[in-house]
Write a protein that binds this ligand. Structure first.
Ligand code: PLP
Length: 401
């Protein structure tokens, strides 16, 4: 170790691989054990009672805690720079558990107008059923960030699904703080390897760990990272807010495995996505391309301020709109037609008929989700092979109308 490294905090990848686990605590096992148990033995009847009253630390029952889950939560907190984390059964499980814990009838929430379709539906159809007032705003417009005294929570994604619009984290955090509202951002598209919203003043980060954090398309999981009181409120201390969206121990282990290569994978996803975005931008059949690192991208300056690379998602529209997009997707041979993102495989989907079908056509038009938009999640294959496939599929889409 060089003298100037001696007092440094470990880097992102080092923490993603080592933080919170000492092999000597588990027979020298290099990989942390998976605790496949639903319940835990109490040393005595009195000890069990003391744990229930919160007077003694320890594990009680698998719905609230498990040691494999606890290690994952420790690692997530340190990677996002939060005080605490909670790992859950899916991204929607995390988002709904957070909102269930924080909101009451009569509260107002302000959401950005572009969100993942099910999140949008949870706010506009789900929460409104329980008397929560949901107001939509364009978070890229600074005037929309003038939240009111009744605003309890503000919620957005950056980059947003599916059009990748980028929102200024520090500006939203400051505007929310001014009125005492909790700021929440979905950091699924960037992952903490490329963007850490808490460092920009955001209160709470949520994730679909199904995507880049898991990284291999073989699990569903979600996470909440933020202040300890909020995280523990969601976990159900006092058993008031428990939704039961518990992560399985084996799933927690798979996410821990994914985290070990997160930084490496995000570098590759980003480099390949940039090459593909540039190729698409120069293609005569492509109307427009959205990718945070392109010089032509509207939110480029903000993206470069708060992200360290552009990430793995590219959105674009072909000349010929929806029909051309469908022909293009059907002509692909290597790229897989599937929703989700962040996997080793490159995936393509059509948000208007798939992940964002919960929006009405008018809402999509108002919210910048054009019907011809095609979303690519660039995987980890040899990028030349993906480019060849895209090129042949573009050639096969035929005429431009
Ligand atoms: N947030 C974003 C940005 C997403 O893209 C998704 C799913 O596609 C979710 C949340 C929901 O996550 P999950 O599918 O793990 O429930």
């Amino acid at each position: 170790m060089t003298a100037d490294r001696r007092n440094c905090t470990p880097g992102f990848a080092t923490r993603a691989i080592h933080h919170g686990y000492d092999p000597m605590s588990a027979h020298g096992a290099l990989t942390a054990p998976v605790y496949m148990t639903s319940t835990y033995a109490f040393e005595s009847a009195e000890a069990g009672g003391a744990m229930f009253r919160g007077e003694r630390a320890g594990y009680i029952y698998g719905r609230t805690r498990n040691p494999t889950q606890a290690l994952l939560e420790d690692r997530l907190a340190v990677l996002e720079g939060g005080a605490a984390a909670l790992a859950l059964a899916s991204g929607m499980g995390a988002i709904s558990a957070l909102l269930w814990a924080l909101l009451e009838a009569g509260d107002e929430v302000v959401i950005d107008e572009t969100l993942y379709g099910n999140t949008f539906a949870l706010f506009t159809k789900g929460l409104t059923k329980f008397g929560v007032k949901v107001r939509l705003a364009d978070f890229t417009d600074p005037a929309a960030l003038a939240f009111g005294p009744n605003t309890r929570l503000v919620y957005f994604e950056t980059p947003a699904n599916p059009n990748l619009r980028v929102i200024d984290l520090a500006a939203v955090a400051a505007a929310a703080r001014k009125v005492g509202a909790t700021s929440v951002v979905d950091n699924t598209f960037a992952s903490p390897a490329l963007q850490r919203p808490i460092e920009h003043g955001i209160d709470v980060v949520v994730h679909s760990m199904t995507k880049f954090l898991g990284g291999h398309g073989d699990l569903l999981a979600g996470a909440i990272i933020g202040p300890k009181d909020i995280v523990e409120q969601v976990r159900g201390h006092g058993l008031r807010y428990l939704t039961g969206a518990t992560i399985a121990p084996l799933t927690a282990f798979l996410v821990l495995r994914g985290l070990k290569t997160l930084e490496l994978r995000m570098e590759r996803h980003s480099a390949s996505a940039m090459a593909i975005a540039r190729f698409l931008e120069g293609h005569p059949r492509v109307r427009w391309v959205a990718y945070p690192w392109l010089d032509s991208f509207a939110g480029r300056a903000i993206a470069r301020r708060q992200m360290s690379a552009g990430g793995g998602l590219v959105s674009f529209e072909l000349d010929g709109g929806v029909a051309a997009g469908m022909r293009f997707m059907n002509a692909l041979r290597l790229v897989t037609r599937a929703v989700s993102l962040g996997d080793a495989e490159t995936l393509v989907q059509h948000p208007a008929s798939m992940t964002h079908a919960q929006y009405t056509p008018e809402e999509r038009a108002d919210h910048g989700i054009s019907d011809g938009l095609v979303r690519l999640s660039v995987g980890l294959e040899t990028v030349a092979d993906v480019l060849d496939d895209i090129e042949q599929a573009l050639a096969a889409t035929g005429s431009t109308n």
